[in-house]
Each structure stands twice: as structure tokens, then as C-alpha cells.
Design a protein around this ligand. Structure first.
Ligand code: PMP
Length: 350
């Protein structure tokens, strides 16, 4: 081994779902939204002033931050933004988890959490979900250096009641509790109403799922002014301009078209419930989703086999090899037509 190799930070990276380039595939593997973003968002994108592209964007993205504070009824200084919620979450780990005690997150959850913990050298422990894949609040009442909970959880699709998260907050006044609400718009219970009562609560959200803007990379955090200032300080110490000019414009404009936003959400929810029933009729056990994806296992055919067979037929879903979940598929809710294709393909396969 060369001497300098000792100084290299060795990490096993997070592997996102594939982004296949072929045409005509059905992509149900990364929980993107099958519908277009709102008209106002598209208009803002198309009217970007390209003569200004030679200038740096606003480092604090104040237009977008202000629009989010207004939309969520928060005060100035309670929101910060980043390049997708992965960026915001990663910086939150770096900012808030600086203890020798382990941080806590469930054994089955967003698989980026252990990767950030490893890369930042944060000790962690993973209390197991119960046999029905539910998070048990009592597991989060021991000494720890911080907590992160995805609510609703991924890949299980199950949400916790806000009273259960409040139980966790009450037991943990001395650490930061991060609630990752990436999927909350699809039927989860938001912790927003608790923000005014818990200064140690940080809520992280994304434009990638409910707002159909995964390609723009917009995420944001909401919390007490003290938490947000601490996060901004770390952000500004790493990247002065995390969001592009057009991203800031599109992100603000996207909040203006509530009607179209709600309409798209309803379409996803409607298709989700339809697809759940269809899968159940074909021998799948499907968890009660509060997200834009279904977590399902077949009574006879293994998860790996179904994943491969579907992929051979141009339908991409997500399969994880973790011990407890390897029989499951995580299937993003696409358009009704895409889900019909999924169901008819399963009829050929099963
Ligand atoms: N949190 C959870 C639970 C997710 O599933 C995802 C999507 N992979 C993210 C955060 C990150 O999404 P984005 O970076 O696109 O905002």
C-alpha cells in the first residue's frame, strides 16, 4: 500500500436507482412524479434571462426562501434551501450530528443515512422496525447523538402519526431530531404544526416528488431560526451558490399554482389505490402507502426474480437486497397507463 493511500477517505457510496437511457421503458424505480410540473414553473423556466447567466446567482436564494416561508406560514429565517434534499440532509448531518454518542435511525429506511454517517464519521445505531415495518417510538428514548426519521418512511411507504413523533421529541430535548418529509404531500402527517414548540426539530422536504421537479434539484429545511442559521453557516462554508438562477425562479414560481399541484397529487393517489388493489388481486401483499410508491411482495415469486423479469420487459422498479426486505419491490406510482402496463405484464409473468 502506498503511504498516501492511508490519507484517502474510503467510502462505499450510495447507489441511486438506475436512470436508463433507452426510449419506451416504464420507469417506476426512483419515485419521480409522472406528471409535468405546474404551468407557472414551466413558464419561469422558459423565461429565464440568459443574458444574466454569466453572473453568479443570489447566494441565499432569498426569492425562493421567502416564497417558501410565506407558503408554509413561517417567519423570516426559518427556511434554507439546497440542491435537492440529499444536499440539505447531508449538510444537516454535518451540522447537527457532532456527538460521540450514536445517532439513531431505523434499520430499514432511506439507505443514504448510513452513507452520510460513514462519510462524516458519525457513530450510528439502527433500531429495528417492528414485524409490520413500523417505527417504535420507544426505541428512540435512549441516549443518542441525534435522530433522523423519514416520515413517511422509505422504502416501506408507511407513515407515523405526528403524536408518535412528538413522543420522540419529548424524550429527546437535548439533541436535534430531523424529520425527512420527502413524501409527506402524498398523505403523511406533517410535523410543521410542531415547529413552534420544538426548537430542536428540523423538517426537510423536496421538490423532487410531489412537485415533479426532480431534475431541478431543490430541497429545503424548515426549523427554528437558530437551527436554520447553523445550517446556513455550514452551507456557506462549503458552497456559496448551491442553486442556479433558473432553479431559484422555478422553485418560487412552482408554489403559485396550488390548484394544478393538488390536481396532480390527487391523480397519483387515485392511481396508487387502484394499483394496490390490482396487485393484491394478483397475490401481492402491499403495505398501506402514504407515499407515491408501493412496497409489495408476492406470495410465491421472489423479489429478485420479479425485478429481473420486469426489467427484461422494460419496466424498471426498485429492489433492495437488505435482509428484511429482499422479497419486496418498491414500485413508484406512475400514470394510470403505466400502471396498467405493469399489471398486464405481471399477468404474463405470474
Ligand atoms: N429522502 C428520502 C426518504 C428519499 O427517498 C429521497 C429520494 N431518493 C430523498 C430524501 C432525496 O430526494 P432529493 O435529493 O431528490 O430531494
Amino acid at each position: 500500500m502506498k503511504k498516501w493511500e492511508e490519507n484517502i477517505r474510503q467510502v462505499t457510496p450510495y447507489v441511486p436507482g438506475e436512470q436508463p437511457q433507452e426510449e419506451n421503458i416504464i420507469k417506476l424505480n426512483t419515485n419521480e412524479n409522472p406528471y409535468p410540473p405546474t404551468r407557472k414553473a414551466v413558464e419561469a423556466y422558459l423565461t429565464t434571462d440568459f443574458t444574466k447567466l454569466g453572473l453568479y446567482p443570489d447566494p441565499t436564494a432569498s426569492e425562493l426562501v421567502g416564497a417558501l416561508e410565506k407558503y408554509y406560514g413561517l417567519e423570516e429565517g426559518q427556511v434554507t434551501v439546497g440542491a435537492g434534499s440529499d444536499d440539505v440532509l447531508s449538510l444537516s448531518f454535518l451540522t447537527f450530528f457532532n456527538s460521540d454518542k450514536p445517532i439513531l435511525f431505523p434499520d430499514v429506511t432511506y439507505s443514504f443515512y448510513p452513507v452520510w454517517a460513514e462519510v462524516y464519521r458519525i457513530p450510528y445505531e439502527c433500531p429495528p422496525l417492528d414485524k409490520d415495518f413500523r417505527i417504535r417510538p420507544e426505541d428512540y428514548k435512549k441516549e443518542n447523538g441525534g435522530i433522523v426519521i423519514a416520515n413517511p418512511n422509505a422504502p416501506t411507504s408507511l407513515g407515523m402519526a405526528s403524536s408518535e413523533i412528538e413522543e420522540i421529541l419529548q424524550a429527546n430535548p437535548d439533541v436535534i431530531v430531523i424529520v425527512d418529509e420527502a413524501y409527506v404531500d402524498f398523505g403523511g402527517e406533517s410535523m410543521l404544526p410542531l415547529l413552534s414548540r420544538y426548537e430542536n426539530l428540523l423538517i426537510v422536504r423536496t421538490y423532487s416528488k410531489s412537485r415533479s421537479l426532480a431534475g431541478m434539484r431543490i430541497g429545503f429545511a424548515m426549523g427554528s431560526k437558530e437551527l436554520i442559521q447553523a445550517l446556513r453557516n455550514v452551507q456557506a462554508s462549503i458552497n456559496s451558490y448551491p442553486l442556479t438562477r433558473e432553479t431559484i425562479r422555478v422553485g418560487s414560481a412552482a408554489l403559485e399554482d396550488e390548484e394544478m399541484f393538488q390536481k396532480n397529487l390527487k391523480r397519483v393517489l387515485h392511481t396508487r389505490e387502484w394499483a394496490k388493489k390490482e396487485l393484491e388481486q394478483r397475490g401481492f401483499l402491499v403495505l398501506d402507502s402514504q407515499t407515491n410508491f408501493l412496497f409489495a411482495r408476492h406470495e410465491r415469486v421472489s423479489g429478485q426474480r420479479l425485478f429481473e423479469k420486469l426489467r427484461d420487459r422494460g419496466i424498471y422498479v426498485r429492489h433492495f437486497n437488505g435482509e428484511r426486505i429482499r422479497e419486496y419491490l418498491r414500485i413508484t406510482v406512475g400514470t394510470k397507463e403505466q400502471m396498467e402496463r405493469l399489471v398486464s405484464t405481471l399477468d404474463e409473468l405470474l
